[in-house]
Design a binder for this molecule. Structure first.
Ligand code: ADP
Ligand code: ASP
Ligand code: MG
Length: 442
């Protein structure tokens, strides 16, 4: 273990010159902050457009063969504005020409999007007086397009060992034939995690625009409290269920190396933020650690007398889904009933085929489909020890006049999944937050 800190700054942290100044102050305050991973400039205000989205739109025009000069000029303006306001003595003109050329030659959508972090990192490296390292040569994907951690670590580790201070663009790497490939949206978090793992960092600081991972989505509950400590597993459950602060794949590289992540707020660096750790003996402050959820699920309800004694029943139902290229989210079952919860958008185009196949395979007595279901995950490592958590959730929801359509406790006892109608989604999250956090005794 070294003393090295790897720091990643998200789009809003690097949206304009003023944000760049905050970033420099944070980085330069600690000589251990040696490797900086940068996102593309994000939104400066809520109706603003992220540079990544501008690049996708601009490239879509280029790929159609349409004129994209205006869109490209707007992107150039974002960078030139930052450079001039910071009084930097650099010019990106040559880079802009190269990129425009590549757009005309259809260099690809991933290449286009990646230029957002590429250009921003050149500017940030100049401002910090750090070396600039292009991840294209070191972060590698396999032939199948899947990220190759082993190969990446073998290339990136030795490269960073030869360098004291560097800025590395987030979000992309390259294919075996050297074409650029990006991670999915929000992927700079993944790059930060890879860099932290490659230098065996002491900590991976992920700097964003909130003071940590909040107990629930701030767009649903006003000013939710930040979580102080969360385990990787809890975080993964929450990230999977839609808590969007950290890319869900950002956990693997650091988890393997046992490096903690600290989510911090660029606009309030004094706040402690959230620590994400491998294991915590510490119980959480509240019975629950966090709440997250998603709308847009459907339930297939299947009934058949004596289902429980029919061998292969569940397997046959799942085969019917598999045959139609569907996976499922949850499958709560009773003695004579089974429900399968699926993503509505994926299900609708194949619904009739799936139902026909289930009918054919298991001959249910009754089957129906309900749409407009939302799933809420209540996650917490302390729930295992606390009695009556499910009961408290039920009574809070009953009190708020919310009908619970489904409940499923994960086998890890780390989470309870609750199904409600899409309409009840936000009120349900507020009711759960209130009972466990807002009105809880500390
Ligand atoms: P960055 O650009 O720094 O990567 P993101 O926009 O990807 O930042 O993630 C931060 C945003 O995630 C917050 O501004 C907030 O709106 C949203 N968010 C959703 N759920 C949560 C949560 N549980 N805790 C904190 N932020 C959340
Ligand atoms: N700029 C990319 C995006 O908007 C990657 C990131 O910000 O992490 O998705
Ligand atoms: Mg992000």
């Amino acid at each position: 273990m070294s003393n090295i800190k790897v720091v990643k700054f998200g789009g809003s942290s690097l949206a304009d010159a003023n944000q760049f100044r905050k970033v420099a102050e944070i980085v330069l305050a600690d000589p251990d902050r040696r490797f900086v991973v940068a996102s593309a400039p994000g939104k400066r205000f809520s109706e603003d457009t992220k540079v990544t989205d501008m690049l996708y739109a601009c490239y879509a025009k280029a790929a159609e063969g349409a004129n994209f000069a205006e869109e490209f000029a707007a992107i150039e303006e974002r960078y030139n504005g930052i450079i001039s306001e910071l009084g930097l003595d650099i010019s990106l003109e040559k880079e802009f020409t190269k990129i425009k050329n590549a757009f005309e030659h259809r260099a690809g959508r991933d290449y286009a999007a990646s230029r957002g972090e590429y250009l921003n990192s050149i500017v940030l490296a100049a401002f910090l007086k750090f070396e600039f390292i292009d991840p294209a040569g070191y972060i590698k994907f396999g032939e199948n397009g899947v990220f190759d951690l082993e190969k990446t670590l073998s290339l990136l580790g030795p490269r960073l060992a030869r360098c004291e201070y560097a800025v590395i663009p987030g979000f992309y790497g390259s294919m075996p034939n050297d074409t650029i490939r990006t991670f999915s949206r929000g992927g700079s978090d993944v790059t930060g995690s890879i860099v932290a793992s490659a230098v065996n960092a002491k900590i991976y600081e992920n700097w964003t625009d909130v003071s940590g991972f909040l107990i629930c989505d701030p767009r649903i509950v006003e000013n939710p409290e930040p979580i102080k400590t969360i385990t990787y597993r809890e975080l993964r459950e929450l990230a999977y269920m839609g808590a969007g602060v950290l890319h869900e794949d950002a956990i693997f590289p650091v988890r393997k190396a046992g490096i903690p992540i600290n989510i911090k707020n660029t606009n309030r660096p004094m706040d402690r933020g959230t620590m994400i750790v491998a294991d915590s003996d510490e119980t959480s402050e509240y019975v629950i650690t966090g709440i997250a959820g998603k709308k847009g699920f459907s339930v297939i309800n299947i009934e058949k007398d004596m289902m429980n004694s029919e061998q292969g029943f569940g397997r046959n139902v799942l085969r019917a889904l598999e045959k139609n290229g569907m996976n499922f989210e949850h499958m709560p079952s009773g003695i004579d009933t089974m429900s399968v919860i699926v993503n509505t958008d994926a299900f609708k185009p194949v619904q009739q085929n799936v139902l026909d196949e289930i009918n054919f395979r298991v001959h249910p007595d009754h089957m129906d489909v309900e749409d407009d279901l939302a799933l809420i995950a209540v996650v917490g490592r302390s729930m295992r020890k606390a009695r009556g958590t499910a009961g408290r959730i039920f009574s809070a929801l009953a009190h708020a006049k919310i009908n619970v359509k489904m409940i499923d406790q994960g086998s890890s006892e780390l989470n309870i999944i609750i199904g409600v109608t899409n309409e009840d989604f936000e009120p349900a999250i507020r009711a759960i937050y209130d009972i466990f956090v807002a009105t809880a005794q500390k």
